[in-house]
Design a protein. Structure first.
Length: 340
């Protein structure tokens, strides 16, 4: 009868590599603190023996689970994908595991998921935007769970964040649209209730209209859940008005792609008959014809910096800052210059 192979221990790895158990632990938990030759020798022994670190012992010793939770509003499109990928990569490099949940833009679902992730021992949480019941922040503070927001820059809230100014970013795009001669401007927005990013973008467009002597209250705005079909339906509705808009500015690229499709379904040419703009600069904006004029959001930089900031908060090197990233305009074929 064959003998069961014993499970390799930390001592076994240390003996095989000719180092102390403390050195093995440093290689596994803080590899940057170990010289390369020693690290390679230890990792070779780990691989040869098939050693797996004792997660429970690590948790007890550090009083952390080395797990970070992230709750995003949706997984149905690529809005959050690039930043979340960079967030996960940076966490992995620092020895943390990511748990992801989606709230479907429902505050009550987000709150349930926050409590669930805390119950599962998440050391910190990444949330999208600031707009939620203050009781949620009180709950996290009472549990001493660091929380960081992304996709938003609102320093007056006092909440740690890594993001960009949605209002100012949309203002910049709207100013470009107005400089191109557009005066009949309409907007397709995401639902603004409970979504400070969507609300900021609507305000940014209205700010630009006001700054250029146009009436922001006269601008048609349709709020709709993010989705290609919803964008198409909204565009068709806007283009049935007696005074059609010359440009439809959308709250994100998913709605903009829908608007593009809606225009084409109506036999309209973009941008000759109507211009369309988006926001985010996800890959979808570049693969449609014409390519969509949009606001480029630094997704990967945001994800990486959010991971660094949140780990620093978890490991008590920081109480959390408000970090602003810069967005840029991407002027493409979906926006017509009426001046030339």
């Amino acid at each position: 009868m064959s003998q069961l192979r014993s499970v390799p221990t930390l001592d076994d790895v240390a003996r095989a590599a000719g180092v102390s158990t403390a050195t093995v632990s440093r290689c596994l938990n803080s590899p940057e603190r170990v010289v390369e030759d020693t690290r390679k020798r230890v990792m070779s022994a780990v691989e040869h023996l098939g050693y797996t670190p004792n997660f429970g012992a690590r948790v007890m010793a550090a009083r952390r689970t080395f797990t970070i939770g992230a709750i995003i509003p949706t997984m149905e499109n690529a809005i959050f994908a690039r930043a979340l990928q960079a967030f996960q990569e940076e966490l992995h490099a620092r020895g943390y595991t990511l748990l992801v949940a989606s709230s479907a833009y429902q505050p009550e679902i987000e709150e349930e998921q926050i409590r669930s992730l805390v119950a599962r021992g998440a050391d910190g949480l990444l949330l999208i935007g600031h707009d939620r019941d203050p009781a949620v922040y009180d709950y996290l503070k009472s549990r001493e769970i660091p929380v960081l927001s992304a996709w938003v820059y609102l320093p007056d809230t006092g909440q740690p964040a890594v993001g960009f100014d949605n209002r100012r970013s949309m203002f910049a795009l709207a100013q470009q649209v107005i400089d191109f001669g557009h005066r009949r401007i309409a907007m397709i927005s995401g639902i603004t209730k409970g979504n400070d990013r969507a609300a900021g973008r609507v305000l940014g467009l209205r700010d630009a209209l006001q700054a250029n002597g146009l009436d922001p209250e006269a601008m048609p705005v349709i709020e709709t859940p993010y989705g290609v079909e919803n964008g198409a339906d909204a565009l068709r509705s806007l283009m049935q008005a007696d005074a059609r808009p010359t440009v439809v500015m959308c709250g994100n690229d998913v709605l903009a792609v829908g608007a593009l499709r809606g225009a084409q379904d109506m036999g309209l040419s973009v941008p000759q008959d109507v211009s369309v703009t988006g926001f985010d600069d996800i890959e979808l904006a570049r693969i449609v014809t014409p390519q969509i004029t949009t606001v480029h959001v630094p997704h990967r930089e945001m994800g990486r910096k959010a991971a660094i900031a949140l780990v620093d908060m978890v490991e008590k090197r920081s109480t959390g800052d408000v970090v602003e990233l810069k967005s840029t305009l991407k002027i493409r074929g979906s926006l017509r210059d009426l001046n030339g």
